[in-house]
Design a protein around this ligand. Structure first.
Ligand SMILES: *Cc1c(COP(=O)(O)O)cnc(C)c1O
Length: 427
């Protein structure tokens, strides 16, 4: 039998008290702080039990029924379960559950669909995109030719800060990319997949959605689905989806599915993390339950309450609101002297965990930034609802207005601790 969580913990405490103590400290840190990093969440004990299981022991290179090693019967079953649940969850015909992470999923898609030097089109990291969408420090930007589409920069327009779809069309018609990417790391609005499909058809590109941030909202019906509009969809499983740390690739096109399977293994990875694939199966099972629909709706409703309260408190936020799980504070209009780095540090001191983030056309470096990114997925998992989130938002406004005053931050810390006591971690 798989050892129980308690037996596992005792074994670790006995064998390696140093690491056991660090894990215990981290458990207390999570319990005593409010996790508002938009890309993080609290996985369930069931997911963690599978992720920490004996399924870590096996080499299972290949795919169900086509392995290179003996002894894979139960691995075939668990991977097939994960695949079938992923397909059911997202309403598509093919799923590859082996990517070790979101970045690996994207690497495999590039390997499957592009040749070195090929042009693809995406949004830049500094405007809300991801490193793997063509940043110069990433393989995607070194070995391929990224061209970028902008946001709406005219602040007098109602859709300022939104994706500039007319410009997407212009950039694509000029550069004729082989692949067009939608899906972002710091974009608070719904993605218009139909418009992206029309543009991809017009310029002859394949359309990929990297739904790493919003996959849980898609699964729970709180954001439109990239299917049937996109040719290929990648995601992480540990953000709004609330599963183990990992990646996933989905498609409806048989020919693409074959290329993608080869690109994951043997193209870019070796043996799959079968314990994580077991945890993905558990997680997709959770995502299929009606309670996950409620969760996804609550995440969005909480983000709206957060956005409204921050704006009422005098802060500016990208696009003036949110339709998903995240809010991007732009400090420039209200706190010109405060950097994202300073604000995130003060919030950290108060026990609210966030990250500094560039805002559109940021004059500051990625190490300083003029923004702070906030999300509601983890707090919603802890059970906070709109009124509780409004309390958190007021604390955030106070901390940013505090100019780093120690007494004011300590007052905020006490309020945060009280909220943490009222909303214990899932266990
Ligand atoms: C988080 C994220 C990824 C990468 O996920 P990792 O698991 O950290 O590799 C890829 N794309 C987008 C849009 C993301 O937000």
């Amino acid at each position: 039998m798989t050892p129980t969580a308690e037996a596992q913990h005792n074994a670790l405490a006995h064998a390696d008290p140093e690491v056991a103590r660090l894990i215990q400290k981290e458990a207390f840190r999570q319990e005593d702080t409010l996790e508002m990093i938009a890309s993080e969440n609290h996985a369930s004990p069931a997911v963690m039990a599978a992720a920490g299981s004996i399924m870590t022991n096996k080499y299972a290179e290949g795919y169900p029924g086509k392995r290179y090693y003996s002894g894979c019967d139960f691995y075939d079953e668990v991977e097939t379960l994960a695949i079938e649940r992923a397909k059911q969850l997202f309403g598509c015909s093919y799923a590859n559950v082996q990517p070790h992470s979101g970045a690996n999923a994207n690497t495999a898609v590039f390997f499957a669909l592009l040749e070195p030097g090929d042009t693809f089109c995406s949004i830049e990291l500094s405007e809300g995109g991801h490193l793997t969408h063509g940043s110069k420090v990433s393989m995607s930007g070194k070995w391929f030719n990224p061209v970028h589409y902008p946001l709406v920069y005219d602040t007098s327009r109602d859709d300022a800060g939104y994706i500039d779809y007319d410009a997407v069309e212009r950039v694509c018609m000029e550069h004729k990319p082989k692949l067009l990417i939608c899906g972002y790391s710091a974009y608070p609005r719904v993605i218009d997949f139909e418009r992206f499909r029309a543009i991809a058809d017009q310029c002859g590109a394949l359309l990929m959605c990297d739904m790493a941030h919003i996959a849980g909202l898609v699964a729970g019906g709180a954001h439109p689905s990239p299917f049937p509009h996109c040719d290929v969809v990648t995601t992480t499983t540990h953000k709004t989806l609330r599963g183990p740390r990992g990646g996933l690739i989905l498609t409806n096109v048989e020919d693409l599915a074959k290329k993608i399977d080869k690109a994951v293994f043997p193209g870019t990875q070796g043996g799959p993390l079968m314990h994580i694939i077991a945890a993905k199966a558990v997680n997709f099972g959770e995502n299929l339950k009606p309670s996950f629909k409620q969760y996804a709706a609550q995440v969005v409703s909480n983000a709206k309450a957060l956005a409204e309260t921050l704006v009422a408190g005098g802060l500016s936020i990208a696009t003036g609101g949110t339709e998903n799980h995240l809010v991007l504070i732009d400090l420039r209009p209200s706190h010109a002297e405060v950097t994202g780095k300073m604000a995130a540090q003060w919030l950290d001191d108060a026990g609210i965990i966030t990250n500094k983030n560039t805002v559109s056309r940021d004059e500051r470096s990625p190490f300083q930034t003029s923004g702070v990114r906030l999300g509601t997925p983890a707090l919603t998992t802890r059970g906070l609802q709109e009124d509780d989130i409004r309390d958190v938002a007021k604390i955030i406004v106070d901390v940013i207005n505090s100019a780093g005053d120690e007494q004011k931050i300590q007052h905020a810390r006490a309020q945060v601790l009280e909220l943490c006591k009222r909303f214990p971690m899932p266990h």
